[in-house]
Design a protein around this ligand. Structure first.
Ligand code: ATP
Length: 360
């Protein structure tokens, strides 16, 4: 039995001529959850969002919302609302009438739609500006009007295409927490397309990582960040170093070796074979740095190439003799106790439990 707002994507494909933007995507998004879709430019996330909204029709496959097949339903007849990045407010209507507009189209009388619009403006904390025109608002306020207008028809699913990208950093953080608060208060499904990893991780119950029209991994923020399924996801989500090599020993702890002889241990999954290509991810914040070169397993010797102060941590980039880049996040306290400079010789060391085997 599906819940209101549950979205089932069943082998959804969308081609534009020779180009396939979304390739046979199958995924379930739980009703009442916050889902973020993330991936590089052109990976198909907006096309997928637009197909859920009904602004684009799949070339093949089915879309079900709350158990109902809406693949060919009209935009207004599928329980979704789409909030555009540009807000698309009517410049000549005040906030009340902007927010009430979808109810006018749906045939509500003036008094009823204004009452509902004021209630919704109250929800986004703009009731005191109800008589203003959009041009008399800040960017963040305009965005909240667009949000209120998208929500007024009680959708089961709210679709947001990069809703925070036009805002400056502090407003973005504020709106981010407001979106989360609204979603949990309303209990409806939010699907939010973003380019920004921290935004996806801060907001989502489920993060969908896309590449070239397919889902590379879908899971909780902890799963996609800490247990990436592939080198692509590890690199894309950030915060990890990816080392590639070949399996050189199999046991309860296995060993891998890079082409330049760096050896790393890992907990082997079932079915790996000696000599096969493999990769591991190592969290940047789980690595220790020591001055000088100390060869050994689970360590990499190199020279500091850059250091970047980030407030609570310092990012130290190391280049190995063979030119590989490796990044370490040191706490500001550790870094300031033993500051490093470009050109310093260092050894990065980690433990087997800090490595995570990547299947591809
Ligand atoms: P961005 O983050 O840059 O918005 P995206 O991941 O949302 O990118 P889409 O907008 O879904 O990507 O586009 C996916 C691919 O499909 C791109 O290569 C794009 O050029 C192509 N595409 C999208 N819409 C059309 C269209 N109407 N006609 C032809 N090609 C299209």
């Amino acid at each position: 039995m599906s819940k209101p707002g549950e979205i089932l994507l069943d082998r959804v494909t969308r081609s534009f001529g020779q180009m396939t933007a979304v390739k046979s995507v199958t995924e379930t998004i739980e009703g009442g959850s916050y889902c973020c879709m993330i991936g590089p430019s052109g990976c198909g996330k907006s096309t997928l969002l637009r197909m859920i909204a009904g602004h684009e029709t799949p070339t093949s496959g089915r879309i079900l919302i709350g158990g109902r097949d809406v693949t060919h339903a009209r935009t207004g007849d599928r329980g979704t609302a789409l909030m555009f990045q540009s807000y698309a407010l009517f410049p000549h209507l005040n906030l009340t009438d902007n927010v009430a507009f979808p109810l006018r189209v749906a045939g509500f009388d003036t008094a009823e739609r204004r009452r509902k619009a004021r209630e919704m403006l109250d929800r986004v904390q703009l009731a005191h500006l109800a008589d203003r025109l959009p041009a008399q608002l800040s960017g963040g306020q305009q965005q909240r009007v667009a949000l209120a207008r998208a929500l007024i028809a009680n959708p089961e699913v709210l679709l947001l295409d990069e809703p925070l990208s036009a805002l400056d950093e502090s407003l973005r953080l504020k709106m981010r927490s407001e979106l989360k608060r609204l979603q949990s208060e309303l209990g409806i499904t939010f699907i939010h397309v973003t380019h920004t990893q921290p935004e996806a991780m801060a907001l989502a119950d489920k993060v969908i990582v896309m590449d070239h029209g397919v889902i590379e991994q879908a899971g909780s923020p902890v799963e996609v960040y800490d247990r990436p399924r592939s080198s692509y996801v590890a690199r894309f989500m950030g915060g990890q170093n990816v080392i590639t090599g070949r399996v050189s020993r199999i046991g309860s702890e296995a060993l891998g070796e890079t082409p330049d002889g760096t050896q790393f241990s890992f907990v082997p999954p079932a079915g790996i074979t000696l000599g096969q290509d493999m990769a591991v991810a190592i969290r940047r914040d789980r690595i220790c740095l020591m001055p000088g070169h100390h060869q050994g397993i689970d360590s990499l010797c190199g020279q500091v190439s850059t250091t970047e102060y980030q407030g609570s941590y310092v990012k130290v980039e190391i280049e190995s003799a063979s030119g590989d880049e490796f990044a370490v996040h040191q706490t500001d306290r550790d870094f300031l106790a033993h500051p490093l400079h470009p050109g310093d010789e260092v050894t990065a060391r980690w433990g087997v439990l800090d490595t995570y085997y990547l299947s591809g």
